[in-house]
Design a protein around this ligand. Sequence first.
Ligand code: ZN
Length: 317
Amino acid sequence: MKLPSRVTICEVGTRDGFQIEPDFIPTDLKVEVVNGLAEAGLPLIEVTSFVHPKVVPALRDAEAVMARIARRPGTVYAALVPNDTGAVRAVDAGVDEIHTVVSASESHNLANVNMTIAESLDRLHAVMRVAERAGVRVVAGISTAFGCPFEGAVPVSQVERIVARLADMGARGIGLADTTGVANPLQVTRVLEHLAPKFPTLEWGLHTHDTRAMAIPNVLAAMAHGVTHFDASIGGLGGCPFAPGASGNVCTEDLVHCLHAMEVETGIDLDRLLAVSRRVEGIVGRALPGQVVKAGPYTRRYPVPDGIAHRLPATAE
Ligand code: ZN
């Protein structure tokens, strides 16, 4: 198995997850979670989203969150922006990196941002200009890159056209997003084999949702093709408003646990991450999909059951 020695995890739970929580999460608690994630060693955090507060009321405190977090040296604090208005707000709030999104399928893009793909790309061009003037790096996400909840299969040629436009506009990285968890590892392999050689200077990332338990297998397939940037959400927070039953991103601590078990470095402290996950469960008031928080890491040992200890062969001193 071909694995990188190190990967970069971008925590998106405070954006992709918190944005669809039914109850507003108080700003101080959002700040506490972001700070906890940074202290656990997350190198990159998508803190919030600078969308119109009427569109995503759950994240209406984006400026306040950015202003109150402790900026840990070495941590990159990013935010999602839908348009140039959001980009100006994000730059003014001091984000280190801007993340954008456009869908690879028309119907999802209309449902998600109320624009056609062509209209979105024009808006993203304006975002890139704001970011360039401010010296802020842009990573462009492409939703429904592996399939659409409305249209089904999305041709890779359609994804390729969007990647080409985004690269022309100045995107430095592309995040391929499996928004509703339909991708499988063979498909991830085929899409990367098609796209990556055509755009050798782009940095590729994968944004997975674990809706059908294929997220970690998809991460492994992408790693085998040189991808080293992965989005994940603490506890597996999140979902998709247009796909009932869709679950959240690949769970950060489960992914980190898997990577560390395979000796792939992340720079993240798993124990601290598990503590943040438990705290987030307390904040949202329910158990989250993460598995390691329930089972403990693979190194966990249990006491030998009563009645069998005397039958074990004696071990040498
Ligand atoms: Zn997502």
